[in-house]
Design a protein around this ligand. Structure first.
Ligand code: ADP
Length: 498
């Protein structure tokens, strides 16, 4: 056996170690470098020993770090561990390394030597960067999950809640600590066992699924929701979790329902007069002679159709904010009287009129004002027994003209009162007994506000209702005449309609 073998082994170990070894002097100039280091950097030992310093091999940021941090620290504590440097190799390619250094005194000369090991860190850097990127991505996702208005929930394969974002807390009124461990189906009460089995089956096959169902708020209020479910699989391909994104779609569902109801209602309301027109025209033809009453029915039904179409058009232009008033000085008492006379004629009912002796003028659109009073009067007639009395009272109150329409009819419940001026709203108690599409009060309220006024209702079920329109008087509060008029103010009021 060769006696020199162990020594040779040690030299080999030094030269071919899986890391670079270098020995430098205090100023960084090279004393030694092992083969691994020379291979990595592409430099020869001669080249390094002929005046190169370790810091000359560093990229600029690493060189700055070397001078400001590494070297002072090394001098101070005599060693330094795991410093990340980027070397530039002989081809100027980046070579990331981790360096451990220790200071020693040369036993022969007493000079300071620095012994360093360098570990290749390319993979480790990449791994670190991947980790940073993954963390940033996770942070981005977690912001989305936290801020989302949708409920984002993760559950186990058997549907027990594991995570619950703030959106879920708002949607269902339940804190994450209370929701965790509960069945997700407790919050989606319409999902049956069969539905859940179907969802899990689909997810197990690797597909996501979305369905519309009901959600239950802690207050027992039900919401329309759209729920999207997605599977999570473990490394062995087993379903390990389920993500659910639940969106409150109550509003769009309500709009959809309103549209259906509106279509059903308008088709019904359009069909009734149309059927009557056609029926009477066919009767006239069969009889072969002209009957005044039949022609009158045709005219009445055409008027009814015309009114409905006008209301629909007006409601849509109010909605789009595209409608204009043609304001003039209007005598309210005269307009109310005309509306009363017309309705009396059509309904054959008595309407009692009570008018202040004062002059009551407003600045407004005569036709639209007539429409306001006619709508209220015709409702009062429509929603009260023919034997009962309808009263219209015109008065002045401070700077306002007041027109009150009073009936002793069915009245309106407190629940209905809050929605009375909504488009297409009809109180359920009366909707079936009287024709209408629920646009009259919506339009009336808009028109009153467009005149700078207000519309109030007081009502009691089975006792009757009082609708009061208040409009700014034209001519100020003190005079009983319409001689003074602040045109600029009145025009402003009209253009500030809502
Ligand atoms: P329509 O009469 O076409 O249904 P309106 O918008 O004029 O539409 O009225 C909306 C609802 O308000 C009516 O369906 C009715 O239920 C209720 N209503 C309006 N006026 C009265 C009234 N004077 N008495 C009782 N209910 C009324």
């Amino acid at each position: 056996m060769n006696e020199n073998r162990p020594l040779q082994d040690a030299v080999d170990l030094f030269e071919d170690a899986p890391c670079g070894y270098i020995v430098t002097r205090g100023d960084g100039s090279f004393v030694r470098a092992n083969r691994t280091f020379l291979e990595w950097t592409g430099y020869s030992l001669d080249h390094l020993q002929s005046g190169k310093r370790f810091q000359d091999l560093l990229t600029i940021p690493s060189k700055i770090f070397y001078e400001n941090q590494y070297f002072p620290l090394l001098t101070m504590q005599g060693f330094i561990r795991e410093v990340a440097f980027n070397l530039a190799d002989s081809q100027d390619r980046d070579l990331p390394v981790l360096v451990n250094s220790v200071q020693k005194a040369d036993p022969r000369t007493g000079d300071t030597l620095v012994l360093s090991t360098l570990f290749g860190a390319r993979d480790r850097r990449k791994y670190e960067q991947d980790l940073v990127r993954a963390r940033q991505e996770a942070e981005r996702l977690s912001t989305i999950v936290t801020m989302s208005a949708d409920a984002i929930v993760r559950c186990s394969p058997d549907g027990l809640v594991e995570t619950w974002n703030p959106g879920a807390r708002r949607m269902f009124g339940v804190d994450e600590s209370d929701a965790r461990g509960q069945r997700i189906r407790a919050y989606l009460p319409s999902l049956s066992d069969a539905d859940w089995t179907r969802i899990v089956g689909t997810l197990q096959s690797g597909e996501s699924m979305t369905l519309e169902t009901e959600g239950r708020h802690a207050s027992a209020r039900l919401l329309d929701v759209s729920a999207g479910f997605a599977p999570h699989f473990g490394p062995l391909g087993r379903l390990t979790g389920i993500s659910a994104i639940i969106r409150d779609i109550s509003e769009s569902k309500a709009v959809q329902r309103l549209q259906y109801e509106f279509l059903a209602m308008t088709s019904h309301e359009l069909r009734t007069p149309l059927t009557s027109i056609r029926g009477h025209a066919q009767l006239l033809r069969r009889q072969g002679r002209y009957t005044e009453s039949m022609v009158q029915r045709i005219i009445d039904s055409s008027d009814q159709l015309g009114r409905l179409v006008d209301d629909l058009l007006l409601a849509s232009s109010l909605e789009a904010g595209q409608f204009d008033l043609q304001p003039t000085d209007v005598d309210v008492k005269a307009v109310v009287q005309t509306s009363v006379d017309q309705l009396k004629g059509v309904s054959g009912r008595t309407i009692q009129v009570e008018m202040t002796p004062d002059v009551v003028h407003v600045w407004g659109d005569r036709l639209r004002l007539a429409q306001i009073f006619s709508n209220l009067l015709s409702n009062a007639l429509k929603y009260s027994d023919p034997e009962t009395e309808v009263v219209v009272r015109v008065s002045r109150s401070g700077t306002e003209a007041e027109v009150a329409v009073i009936d002793r009819g069915s009245g309106i419940s407190a629940d209905d009162l809050s929605r009375l001026f909504d488009r297409f709203y009809r109180a359920s108690a009366t909707a079936d007994n009287a024709q209408g599409v629920g646009l009259g009060l919506y339009i009336t309220n808009h028109l009153v506000h467009a005149h700078g006024g207000s519309l109030q209702v007081e009502s009691e079920v089975d006792r009757g209702s009082v609708f009061t329109v208040a409009l700014p008087l034209f001519g100020g509060q003190d005079s009983g005449t319409a001689s003074r008029f602040d045109a600029a103010r009145a025009t402003d009021t009209l253009s500030n309609r809502n």
